[in-house]
Design a protein around this ligand. Structure first.
Ligand code: SF4
Length: 335
């Protein structure tokens, strides 16, 4: 297991420090051109969806891989975009997850660096507090503590589950100190790399922008507006919020395709899984679901507070219908 494969670890960071190169060296010296290229490739990979694997077979190759990580962090910080930060952290975590499947990886050692201490061989035992810390953002019911076999403070995880938990730990670690505070002059010196990345990022955001067409967004209730705004910012919605948002949009006649596109900015967007979930709510299995009533929305923390109309309705769809009606009436009055 080489630290250049997992450049976010403490060991890798110590190694970078002991090499003694300065940021000025990395961005200025001709001998580090390949490091700059690979750093830009890491960031470009985050924009396009995945960082390409580069199998280093020489010491120079390992050094490039190792040093490209801190420089990539500088580059994403220069670009100053919250969506990119989240995509970058996820892309690094996914690359690490792939590499965890290599034969020479010491998973227990890697886990220890990332704050998890699995015990035993075969089914691994994990202390429940560590498990909760690592699994709290996992949405699938399988990860819920109540669905786990908990004995004496420990629960068991398979090796594959541990890798998935480590991926999440990596994502959080990569994201933790970002954005770095980077001097403007450093960003300027990197403009040869940053300008094309900025253009790619803008193109990505333009592709993800969803036009709701004839649907009256101005008539949406506060709960739906908040969820849409969170989704657009790339914030992961809780399962109950996702269900409420998807079922609401389908009820007001958005197509499943349009709803899937809405989640494109989500940092862990999985198109196939999202399509399956949306189509299921749309009625592919025979039942077309309605969004929950206001009382249920409030129970799950999905009601952000009431405006005047909220106090008169019991369902987000009633809110929307009443707003639409009053918008239509006021446009008739103006005619
Ligand atoms: S009261 Fe109902 S419609 Fe209004 S924000 Fe809450 S859940 Fe949405």
């Amino acid at each position: 297991m080489r630290s250049s494969d997992f450049p976010f670890t403490q060991e890798a960071s110590d190694q970078v420090r002991s090499l003694g190169y300065s940021l000025d060296d990395l961005i200025g010296k001709t001998s580090f051109k390949s490091v700059r290229g690979r750093a830009a490739e890491r960031v470009g990979g985050a924009i396009s969806g995945s960082i390409p694997e580069r199998r280093a077979s020489s010491d120079v190759g390992h050094l490039t891989e190792l040093l490209s990580y801190p420089l990539a962090r500088v580059m994403v910080s220069c670009l100053q975009d919250p969506l990119l930060l989240r995509r970058y952290a996820l892309a690094e975590a996914k690359l690490a997850f792939k590499r965890m499947h290599e034969a020479d990886v010491n998973l227990v050692l890697l886990a220890g660096d990332l704050g998890l201490h699995p015990q035993g061989s075969g089914p691994l035992k994990l202390y429940f507090a560590e498990y909760i810390r690592a699994a709290h953002r996992m949405h699938s019911p399988n990860w819920k503590l109540t669905n786990r076999d908990l004995k004496g403070g420990y629960l068991t995880v398979t090796e594959e589950e541990l890798k998935r938990l480590l991926q999440e730990q990596v994502r959080e670690r990569v994201l933790r100190a970002l954005p770095l505070s980077v001097d403007e002059s450093v960003c300027e010196r990197l403009s040869e790399y940053l300008n094309p990345l900025r253009a790619d990022l803008e193109a990505l955001k333009a592709r993800k922008r969803v036009d709701l067409g004839k649907i009256e967004q101005g008539a949406f209730p506060p709960c739906i507006k908040k969820m849409l705004s969170d989704a657009a910012k790339g914030i992961n919605l809780a399962h109950t919020a996702r269900f409420a948002l998807v079922s609401f949009l389908l009820q007001i006649n958005m197509t499943a395709e349009e709803v899937v596109a809405l989640f494109n900015t989500s940092p862990d967007f999985d198109e196939e899984k999202t399509r399956y979930q949306v189509e299921h709510i749309a009625g592919a299995s025979g039942t077309k679901y309605r969004p929950p009533a206001c009382a249920t929305m409030a129970t799950y923390g999905n009601c952000p507070g009431e405006d005047d109309l909220c106090r008169k309705v019991r369902h987000p769809l009633s809110y929307y219908e009443r707003r639409i009606r009053s918008l239509q009436q006021s446009s008739e009055v103006r005619k």
